[in-house]
Design a protein around this ligand. Structure first.
Ligand SMILES: [Ca+2]
Ligand SMILES: [Ca+2]
Length: 211
């Protein structure tokens, strides 16, 4: 708030500014600074899908979530971002959790390894992404989050549902967060200041088992 403080000291908040880049006219210094600080709604997008794999080693349904920042969005900072994938209706008589993975890349597809598993249950997977910038590049520009189920039996209807969630945050000081997640929603509780956050969720998505 250095700008606002300087303006207050120079004569108060009566000064008005135009900031067309963030859609503001005749705004106070405080409003302009807040608008530039917020994470823009189009900073990133999320998608989700199930895919099916079958080979000589077995058969799997995999829930997949993807996030992708605008290539020109370059702001990564504390706290860690959150990538969350949740499933439901997976009949464990036929399908066994077979692990989760997350892969992150910059916009030129260079792999970024500063990602950490936060929570893994039989139906859910949440990872932390240490979003950082280097040379005007966001190291975690995009990535893929997978949760695999391997067939262990027959006789189920094999219908499954999933939801994918991604929360970006920046310029906070919280050192950690806790999470609750379902296919419909993911909620983070930060240990301190979250900074500015933007969360996006896919609609719940279904697999398409052969009948
Ligand atoms: Ca991108
Ligand atoms: Ca962050």
């Amino acid at each position: 708030m250095a700008l606002e403080r300087a303006i207050t000291e120079a004569g108060g908040d009566s000064l008005r500014f135009n900031a067309p880049a963030v859609g503001l006219r005749n705004a106070t210094a405080h409003q302009v600074q807040a608008a530039y600080r917020d994470v823009p709604i189009n900073a990133f997008a999320v998608t989700g899908a199930w895919y099916h794999t079958q080979d000589q080693y077995g058969e799997w349904w995999t829930a997949m979530g993807n996030w992708n920042f605008r290539d020109d969005y370059v702001n990564g900072s504390n706290p860690d971002d959150a990538s969350g994938l949740a499933t439901d209706d997976v009949d464990k008589n036929c399908w066994q959790n077979d692990g989760d993975t997350l892969s992150a890349y910059d916009y030129q597809n260079n792999y970024y390894d500063q990602t950490y598993r936060h929570t893994a249950t039989v139906n859910e997977s949440v990872w932390q992404i240490r979003d950082r910038t280097q040379g005007f590049v966001l190291k975690s520009d995009h990535g893929t989050h997978l949760l695999h189920f391997r067939r262990i039996g027959y006789g189920c209807d094999n219908k499954m549902v999933a939801g994918y969630h991604f929360e970006h945050n920046q310029d906070g000081d919280a050192s950690s967060w806790g999470v609750s997640i379902s296919v419909g929603v993911m909620s983070l509780s930060y240990s301190g200041d979250a900074g500015d956050t933007l969360k996006k969720s896919t609609p719940v998505f279904y697999n398409n088992p052969p009948s």
